[in-house]
Ligand binder design. Structure first.
Ligand SMILES: Cc1ncc(COP(=O)(O)O)c(C=O)c1O
Length: 313
C-alpha cells in the first residue's frame, strides 16, 4: 500500500527503511523487511529497495562504545549519513518501525524517535508502525507509538486485536487506504474473527486493561530489578514497559548476549509450570496475559528467579 501510493507520484520511489534486528513476520516480503539476517538464509532474492539501519540501543550502537550511552538525535543523523553514501534518499517512500524490538523489549529513545519523525515528515516519507505485537494495551498504552507522541501514517495490527482467532488489520488515512480496491484476500473480513475481535476490544475497554497493564508493569519492573541485583554476573539488562519485559542474559564484562543461559532457564521454568517466551537471542521475554492476577504474576516471576538461581548454582 505504501509503495502503490508513492509510485503513483514517482515510479522510482520504492525505498523502505527498516531496522537491524526488527521482526515483521516470516513470509517472503515480511522477512525481507525484518532485520534478523540469520533467518533470511532461504531467501533467494533480496529487495534492493529495502535498507536496514542500526537499531538505537546503547549496548550495540555503532556510533558510541560507552556502556551507558543512550542513542539520541545524532545516532539517527549518523545512520542517515551512512545510508546516503549507498542510496539516493529521494527514493525513500517510508520507514517501518516495530514499536519496540520484540526480542529484547527495547524501545526507541525518545530523542532518537523525535529526530526520525522530524526527518521523515520534512521529506514526505511515510511512517509505518508495526503494532502487531505491541498494540492493544501490551505496553501500558493502547498503542505503543503513543509513548513517542507520534501520529503514524500506517499502522499494522494483529495478535492482541482479537487475543484469540486470527485477525490482522492495516489502519491508515482513507486517502492512503483507498488506493487500490483489489487489496483483499480469501479470508478478508472473516465474520467469526471480527466477532471475536469486537468481543475482545469490549473486554479491553470494560476491564480497563490498558491502565491495568501500566499498573501491573510496575510490579514486573520491581521484581525484575530484584532479579538483576541478585544475579549481576549473568543479567546484562532489563528492558520493557507495561506488560512486556525482557531480561538480557550474558557476560557483563563483554556485554555479549548468551542464548544458552536463556534457553536453560526457560526449560527450568517450564518444568516448574511457567511458560516464558524463548527468543533464542540471549533474552527471555515476559509477556503475561493482561488479565493475569497480581498474585499469579508475582508467583510466576518468583519461579523465574528460582530457575535462574538453580541454573547459576
Ligand atoms: C512486530 C511483529 N510484526 C509482525 C509479526 C508477524 O505476525 P504473524 O506471526 O501474525 O505473521 C510479529 C509476530 O511475532 C511481530 O511480533
Amino acid at each position: 500500500m505504501l509503495r502503490i501510493n508513492s509510485i503513483k507520484k514517482d515510479k522510482n520511489r520504492l525505498g523502505i527503511i527498516s531496522f537491524n534486528g526488527a521482526m515483521h513476520g516470516k513470509t517472503l516480503g515480511a522477512l525481507m523487511l525484518s532485520g534478523k539476517t540469520k533467518e533470511k538464509h532461504w531467501i533467494g532474492y533480496h529487495d534492493p529497495n529495502i535498507h536496514h539501519i542500526p537499531f538505537p540501543y546503547g549496548l550495540t550502537c555503532p556510533w558510541n562504545n560507552d556502556k551507558n550511552h543512550l542513542c539520541d538525535a545524532i545516532c539517527f543523523q549518523k545512520s542517515i549519513e551512512e545510508l546516503k553514501k549507498k542510496v539516493d534518499l529521494k527514493t525513500i517512500a517510508g520507514i517501518i518501525i516495530e514499536s519496540y524490538q520484540g526480542w529484547g523489549a527495547m524501545f526507541y529513545p525518545k530523542k532518537y524517535m523525535d529526530e526520525l519523525v522530524k526527518w521523515a515528515k520534512s521529506k514526505n516519507i511515510l511512517l509505518i508502525f508495526d503494532e502487531i505485537q505491541s498494540g492493544f494495551g501490551r505496553t501500558g498504552k493502547l498503542f505503543a507509538f503513543e509513548h513517542y507522541d507520534v501520529i503514524p501514517d500506517i499502522v499494522c495490527l494483529g495478535k492482541g486485536i482479537s487475543s484469540s482467532l486470527p485477525l490482522s488489520a492495516v489502519v491508515a488515512n482513507r486517502k492512503l487506504i483507498d488506493v487500490d480496491p483489489s487489496l483483499n484476500s480469501t479470508h478478508s473480513g472473516n465474520p467469526l474473527c471480527c466477532a471475536a475481535t469486537l468481543a475482545s476490544l469490549e473486554v479491553i475497554i470494560k476491564e480497563n486493561l490498558v491502565e491495568e497493564s501500566t499498573r501491573k508493569g510496575i510490579i514486573i519492573e520491581k521484581e525484575l530489578q530484584k532479579i538483576k541485583k541478585l544475579f549481576p554476573d549473568i543479567v546484562l539488562d532489563i528492558q520493557g514497559k507495561g506488560m512486556v519485559y525482557a531480561i538480557h542474559f550474558g557476560t557483563p564484562k563483554t556485554s555479549e548476549l548468551n542464548p544458552e543461559i536463556g534457553d536453560k532457564i526457560i526449560e527450568r521454568c517450564m518444568e516448574k509450570g511457567v511458560l516464558m517466551i524463548r527468543t533464542g537471542m540471549g533474552t527471555i521475554k515476559i509477556g503475561p496475559p493482561l488479565t493475569i492476577s497480581d498474585d499469579a504474576l508475582v508467583e510466576g516471576l518468583n519461579v523465574l528467579s528460582n530457575a535462574i538461581n538453580e541454573i547459576c548454582d
